[in-house]
Design a binder for this molecule. Sequence first.
Ligand code: IPM
Ligand code: MN
Length: 379
Amino acid sequence: MRSYKIAVLRGDGIGPEIIDEGIKVLEAVSEPEGFELDWIEYPQGADHFLATGELLSEATLKEVAGCAAIYFGCIGDPRLAPGVLEQGILLALRFYFDQYINLRPVKLLEGVRTPLAGKGPADIDISVVRENTEDFYIGIGGRVTGTGAGSTKNTLEILRSLYQVKFELDIETDADELAYQIGVLSRKGCERVMRYAFELAMEREKKLTSVDKANVLTHCYGFWREVFTEVAKAYPDVQTEFNFVDAITMWFVKNPEWYDVVVAPNMFGDIITDLGAMIQGGLGLAPGGNINPEGVSMFEPIHGSAPKYKGKNVSNPIATIWAGALLLANIGEKRASDRVITAIESVLKAGQVRTYDLGGSSKTSAVGDAIAQRIRAPE
Ligand code: IPM
Ligand code: MN
C-alpha cells in the first residue's frame, strides 16, 4: 500500500483542535483511496518553548526532512513577544525547506456568503502565488541608538552613501534612535516563483497579474518588474498586467472577477491574502500551501492561533481541512484531494453544519465529522 509520513505541527491556540479535524478527514479519504498516512507529531509551539527553551532545532528539521509533507496548525501566543514563534518556527520551516511558493486559493465556495454585495462564486476564484523566502521577510535590519560615534547620524550617512539616495532623507538626522529593515530580492528567487505562476496561469485562464510597488520601492520592485517582463517572454499565450499593491486591494473588493492568477512579493502577498480570505467568506475558509516543488512542502490555514477560542471546539476547521486537500495533491494523491474539496463544498452548500463564523452554531468536531461522512457517502 502507498504510505506517506506526514510531519504534524499543531502549534498553539486552536491549532490542536483544527488539526484533529484535518487528520480525521484525511484519514477518511485515504482508506477508500488505498493509501496510508503515518502522522509524526512534533510539539513545537509556545508551550514547548516555555517549557524547554527550544523553538525548532536543527535535529528536528533534519528529521522532518524525511517526511513527505508537513501539516501545520497555527502559532502565536500572548505570553510571548510578537515574532518569536513566527520567526523561530513558521518562517524557519519555510526558509529551511526553501518553500519558495506560497499558494493561496482565494475561492468563494457555493453556500458561503461574501461581504461583497452582488458577487458570487463565479466572481471570486483567484490563485494568489506569494513569493515566500525573500523580500522584507529575510530579517536583515537593525536598531541604532545614541547621537555619538556609531550613532544614528553615522548610520544614516552610511545608508545614504551605500544606497545612493538621490534626495535628502526626510528623517531627523539628530534623532537619537532609529530602526531600519532591508528587503532583498534575487533574480533566481523572482524567476522561480514567477515561472510557477505562469505555469499555473497556463493551466487556468492564461491571465496573470503581477503585484508590486515599483513606483516607490524602485530598487526592489523595479527589479521585480524587470524579471517578470523577462520571464513573460517564455509565455506568449499568457495575458499579463502589473498592479500596484495599493490598487489591487481596491480592485479585489470592487472587481474580483478580473483576477485569475496573481503573483506577489512576500510582504504584499501576505497582506492581499488576508483581504482575499475575507472576500472568500472569512479566515476560517482560507488555506495555504508553502511549496518547494523539489522538496518538502507545508500546508496550513492562513489564520492565526486565535488564543481566545482555544479548546472551545468552536473554530472553523475548514481552512485546515482544505489545506489538507492541498497536501494530498502535493504528495500525488490528486483524486483524494478532489474528493476532500468536493466534500467541503457539499457540506457548505447543504448549510446545516457550520461554525459561528458562518452564522451557525456547530462544533469544530461536527464540521470534521460532516465532511468525513460526505467522503464516505457522497450524495
Ligand atoms: C501568514 C502569517 C505569517 C506571515 C506570520 C505568522 C509570520 O501572517 O502566513 O500569512 O506573515 O507570513
Ligand atoms: Mn498573513
